[in-house]
Ligand binder design. Sequence first.
Ligand SMILES: Nc1ncnc2c1ncn2[C@@H]1O[C@H](COP(=O)(O)OP(=O)(O)OP(=O)(O)O)[C@@H](O)[C@H]1O
Ligand SMILES: [Mg+2]
Length: 254
Amino acid sequence: MTRKSGAATGSLKPSENGKHVMIEKSNERILEVKELSVSYKTLHVLFDVSLEIQTGEVVVVVGRNGAGKTTLFRTVAGFLKQDSGTILFKGEDIGHLPSYEVALKGLKYIQQDKHVFADLTVRENLELGSYATKDYDWDRVLEHFPKLKTLMDRKGGNLSGGERQMLLMAQSLLGKPELVLMDEPTEGLAPHVIEDLKGAFKKISEQSTLVIIEQNLPLTAEVAHRVYAMKEGKIVAEVADKKEIQDLAFEKYL
Ligand SMILES: Nc1ncnc2c1ncn2[C@@H]1O[C@H](COP(=O)(O)OP(=O)(O)OP(=O)(O)O)[C@@H](O)[C@H]1O
Ligand SMILES: [Mg+2]
């Protein structure tokens, strides 16, 4: 089904039309964002954004450049403070917590800029993640990224965009996060690299709930259980019907 303008708030009750039952894995809300407003100094960027994510879902947020997608993720992850509104992670209000505490609670954010430490090797970059999370189970994490295993001694600065993205995804899985926010993971990557990452999304989604910002609409159609469309700092539509997602029905809201 498709909803317009602000209807996302509290709209996921399966009973309404029976179409939300794709959230069979769980009906628990892992994330609730309520009427979030965010500004950069005097520039008001997010306007009363509300959304809900259920445990086990893969949700994609789409929107044109400047719609406010990154601002939304950065605020949820604790890098920006909201002017007003609430962010609940597993029912707990995290809206006042710094980003490192949010991460330790199990909500990880992979930034859009694909930043890794250029002078450190892949191994050392992972070690930093392990040090922060006390999770040294690299086998579990690297099983999704076989190519990374062959690049352990390469410096971060010498990785391709796809390899950097894989390193960031692997790092984000340390500490077994329950929710991972990925900000345009496929931006600037070649089609064959995107193909590899698609497999990784699917595997990661078996362990963590995933919310992905994506401008690649066919890829969105392939991986999303549900899609939110953002425009000019607002959620303008929510699409949950599988067929509508496959038909890219959300494109008309962008
Ligand atoms: N640090 C900042 N200071 C001031 N304005 C900012 C800052 N970061 C973003 N903005 C502005 O906020 C608005 C939303 O930006 P944001 O990065 O959230 O959009 P986006 O949807 O992620 O875009 P893109 O698809 O290009 O990544 C834009 O108008 C942008 O210029
Ligand atoms: Mg962005």
